[in-house]
Design a protein around this ligand. Structure first.
Ligand SMILES: *Cc1c(COP(=O)(O)O)cnc(C)c1O
Length: 235
């Protein structure tokens, strides 16, 4: 695990870089939420980040999320599930994650809504979009979005917040720009077609390698792991 001082330092650097990228795009850094992706790192690393002022954390596996959230109960943390959600883990995920960023089918949306109602909680959801149509990636196809958005707007215990995307692997940050732009344009088109803008306010895009480009293209949530916690041994 990186030292607490390293984590604190890395977070400061990332905030400065977000601020600069926002400035280049004429945006305010306060519009952008940094989600610290803590997968594979233990509770101590998360606690160090919390001490440095970080509150939003992302995990991509439900069991790891649940275990970590349990170990860190009482800390001022808002958990984001950012990985694929299997139907048999919905209840567990909804129990701990305030945000579920990886909704990619009607079936999953309905299961998450049902679990939230049963547990008596409200959850924020993002719709994950697969722009590159990669067989290895999860996400809804753009043409499926209107139906998904309608269903999300009707869900009883869910608040639709926007869209999320993982672009194809990129050699350079600029390679991601067209994907980020496409996600923003898809969002804008949905709003033009009548979806309330405040229900699609969030674009979750950008990771360690390309979050500045994402901010320039309109990201409101960036998901950064390696640049905060260092390299992962396994994912
Ligand atoms: C791991 C992960 C990230 C963070 O990736 P880094 O390159 O380490 O910043 C972001 N989003 C998702 C969905 C991830 O699984």
């Amino acid at each position: 695990m990186p030292s607490a001082a390293d984590i604190d330092h890395n977070l400061s650097l990332i905030h400065a870089r977000i601020e600069q990228a926002a400035g280049r795009a004429g945006r305010k850094a306060s519009e952008i939420t940094l989600v610290a992706v803590s997968k594979t790192f233990g509770p101590d690393a998360v606690r160090a980040a919390v001490r440095a002022g970080q509150t939003a954390f992302g995990e991509n596996r439900v069991q790891e999320l649940a275990t970590k959230a349990g170990a860190l109960a009482g800390e001022p943390i808002e958990w984001h599930l950012i990985g694929h959600l299997q139907s048999n883990k919905v209840r567990k995920a909804v129990g701990v994650a305030t945000w579920i960023q990886s909704i990619d089918s009607l079936d999953l949306l309905e299961r998450v809504d049902a679990a939230a109602r049963e547990l008596g909680v409200r959850r924020k959801v993002l719709l994950q979009v697969d722009l590159a149509q990669e067989a290895t990636k999860f996400g809804a196809q753009p043409r499926e979005l209107p139906a998904l958005v309608s269903a999300a707007l009707e869900a009883k215990a869910l608040e639709l917040g926007g869209l999320m995307m993982i672009p194809p692997f990129a050699e350079t940050p600029e390679d991601s720009r067209p994907w980020f732009r496409q996600l923003r344009e898809i969002r804008d088109r949905l709003i033009d077609d009548g979806v309330p803008a405040e229900r699609l306010g969030h674009l979750s895009m950008g990771m360690s390698g390309d979050f500045e480009v994402a901010v320039e293209e309109g990201a409101t949530i960036v998901r950064v792991g390696t640049a905060i916690f260092g390299g992962r041994v396994s994912v």
